[in-house]
Write a protein that binds this ligand. Sequence first.
Ligand code: PLP
Length: 398
Amino acid sequence: MLAQRMSLLSGSGTAAAREAAKVAAAAGKEIIDLAAGEVIIAPPKTVRDGAIAAIDAGVNRYTDSIGIMPLREAVATKLTASTPVKWTAENIVITNGAKQALLDAALAVFNPGDEVIIFRPCWPTFPSQVLLAGAKPVFVDVKGPSYVPTIDSIRAAVTPKTKAIILNSPNNPTGAVYDRATLQAIGDLAINDQLWIISDECYSSFVYTSEAHESIVTAHPSVRSRTILVNAFSKELAITGWRLGYFAAPPEIVSAAKKLQSHTTSNANVIAQHAILHHLSATDGVFEKHMFARLTKARTDGLAILARLPDVPVPRADGSFFFYLDLTELLAGLPVGGPVKTVDDIARLLLEETGVASVAGSTFGDPVGLRLSFGALPELLIPALEKLVGTLNALKSR
Ligand code: PLP
């Protein structure tokens, strides 16, 4: 008999989509994976060199549960350079990816019965972790093409029980990048109503519009005393499997995380910590520029192909590396009683008949969305999108 809390969780939908793609590939089907939330590229040499040097030097012991001090200092320096706020190691916790940083935040801040505002479509780990902490997710639905919440819709969701707002800009799955005015209004709301802000900025390196990504603490520096700023090297350096993330927060949250991590994972992998430390001191930025240029081209080429879908608005894809399609009109135009009715049917059809793995919006609490990653290898991405457009345009006649 499992604990009741397990009934609060469904498995990760994005992992399930990846799994379905692997099963189809293992069965001999040629599958192009546009489901994965990662850029397919070899990691930077500086990261690999740092790891090899640490192994060769015999680095092998437990570290402080919130990370080695030089890495916490280096992350503080990086954040101080990218925001108008001064951070020190006292503010930094090194985690096993952003996922653990978010769980630390949830366990440190939420009480049973607290309400936590989440913008939907959302990455499913946000509500799952809120539930694990005994709190209640309160969803505020955002709509395309911008997928940026209005401040009125957020205000309407605030009650005396509201404890926090979870932000994720640039956004997974929608690709939205929140503008400065919206971030400032959210900051004002948090200050007035004494709310925490948990700001997941994992995709901060991937913004394609003229406006650069702004952290919530850049848009509204005085909100830092109630902000837990989450980030990771997973997406930025294409090292999702290395599990290295961090958060920056007031010292009381850092102390709470120190206790939590000491009883859960002990510390993030020591080799990965040293690898990133080396990278931060040795990088010339060429890897990051190369990856960004590749994604920028993939986005431009991909959008040109997706523009050939007459019933689907061309997504904005301002940030992250996802095209998020709004299939409202396409679904409404499908023959009544036909075999394809939902976004899940479409994702299944794309996988089984077209050989393209995608993630249905239902995974993100949205019955009309479809997420496609443009982090796939360019030589695979383009044919996959061409095939997908062909399949979607032929759906009406099925
Ligand atoms: N936050 C968001 C919004 C994500 O999309 C993901 C991964 O898909 C993560 C966090 C997880 O990051 P990490 O692999 O560093 O735990």
